[in-house]
Ligand binder design. Structure first.
Ligand code: ADP
Ligand code: MG
Length: 376
């Protein structure tokens, strides 16, 4: 997938920004606070209908204005084009999207249509943060590759909320809540088992990609590994049916604790994705450099994974990566990135890119106070 052009109106500090993209590498250079990350965020709206970090639509609206628009023309590998518009009305808090003039069935239906991979400083929480940060990473990758998965996630979240409410309401008045819980438990187990089984399969498919990418970026002999650590006890069989039976047994086993805690205690919402290098937990043992390399490897693996699953090379957004990595690793990442598909990079300095990319398919822009100009 490639973006031909982008236009942002009243988006963050961009009153009106429009540019034509290189099909390969696009670099945005400017000082801190000029509006570089905001451009990548605008592209994120076009691809995912939302910001890539947990920002609300309202904060993306330029201060003192009433509505923002992000507009872009995508070109798919087969040559089809998709003129995409996402706009947000501040007063009504209403966001609408159109693709070639038509509204999609839902915002969720758009996820994965324009696959995107983002590497930004905020992502450091994937390796440094808690289990929830890693679950969010896994969920976004699989959601872009599988529409059914995102639907399951949304449904699971709804069921979990209901089930937790019943458990919490009954904590003060112990008694039999089993009957009230039963339909919710059933949905929880059915939907949750599909999520767990898919995540386990994902980890199996994804890990080799991570290892390959890690080797390319780090060029050191270290063995990164991923491991799905579920709250549902499995005996080796991770087929959806086996996970469903095991899940049902686990829920039964923890029923007394759940009633005391007033919370659902097993399921994909409590699972962890273990990350190790040479069998040592990243969290606790890895150096800063190893954390960063691991993160870059996860993102490059995500590109490879989505390219295969979506049959479309994802757009790669690299925010401030050069300042985050040592020059050697940064150069390897940039070389790697440009071979993967269309890339958008932000940086405070241009030198490194001129050295890495020379003239081929590389376009450089200057960003100043929300204004973007193409460099000659
Ligand atoms: N809703 C908004 N309206 C106007 N300006 C905003 C809004 N949100 C952020 N900004 C401004 O955008 C700038 C930050 O842009 P950003 O893209 O993060 O900079 P950088 O070039 O360092 O990546 C800041 O000057 C900030 O005040
Ligand atoms: Mg920035």
């Amino acid at each position: 997938m490639r973006l031909r052009n982008v236009r942002l109106v009243h988006f963050r500090n961009h009153a009106e920004t429009a540019f034509t993209c290189s099909p390969d590498v696009n670099v945005f250079v400017g000082k801190n606070g000029e509006g570089k990350t905001n451009i990548l965020e605008g592209i994120s709206y076009l691809c995912l209908t939302k910001s890539f970090f947990a920002a609300s639509d309202a904060t993306a609206l330029q201060l003192g204005t009433e509505a923002f628009t992000a507009q872009g023309s995508f070109e798919a590998a087969d040559g089809l084009t998709f003129d995409t518009v996402v706009s947000y009305q501040g007063a009504e808090r209403r966001k609408v999207m159109t693709v070639n003039g038509q509204a999609p069935e839902s915002m969720a239906a758009m996820v994965g249509q324009f696959p995107v991979v983002i590497l930004s400083p905020e992502n450091s929480n994937i390796t440094f943060g808690g289990p929830g940060d890693r679950r969010r990473f896994v969920d976004l990758v699989i959601s872009q590759a599988s529409r059914g998965y995102l639907e399951d996630l949304l449904e699971y979240r709804r069921v979990l909320r209901q089930r937790n409410r019943i458990l919490a309401d009954n904590r003060e008045r112990p008694g039999s809540v089993t009957a009230a819980l039963e339909p919710w438990t059933e949905s929880l187990v059915n939907c949750g088992a599909r999520i767990v089984a898919r995540r386990i399969r994902f980890v199996q498919e994804f890990e080799p990609e991570v290892r390959t990418a890690f080797g390319r970026v780090a060029a050191v002999n270290e063995a990164p590994a991923l491991e799905y650590r579920g709250t549902v006890e499995l005996n080796g069989d991770a087929s959806p049916d086996a996970v469903r039976s095991a899940f049902a047994r686990s829920v039964e086993r923890v029923a007394p604790q759940e009633q005391r805690a007033g919370l659902t205690l097993v399921g994909p919402h409590r699972d962890e994705l273990g990350m190790t290098i040479n069998d040592l937990e990243l969290r606790g043992y890895a150096s800063q450099g190893q954390h960063k390399t691991f993160l870059v490897a996860l993102k490059l693996a995500e590109v490879a994974f989505l390219r295969e699953r979506c049959r479309e090379a994802p757009i790669l957004l690299l925010d401030d990566v050069v300042s985050e990595l040592d020059p050697e690793r940064a150069t390897r990442l940039l070389t790697e990135a440009s071979s993967l598909g269309q890339t958008f990079i932000t940086a405070t300095e241009a030198t490194m890119f001129d050295r890495t990319y020379g003239a081929t398919g590389y376009r450089r822009f200057s960003v100043r106070a929300g204004q973007v100009t193409a460099d000659e």
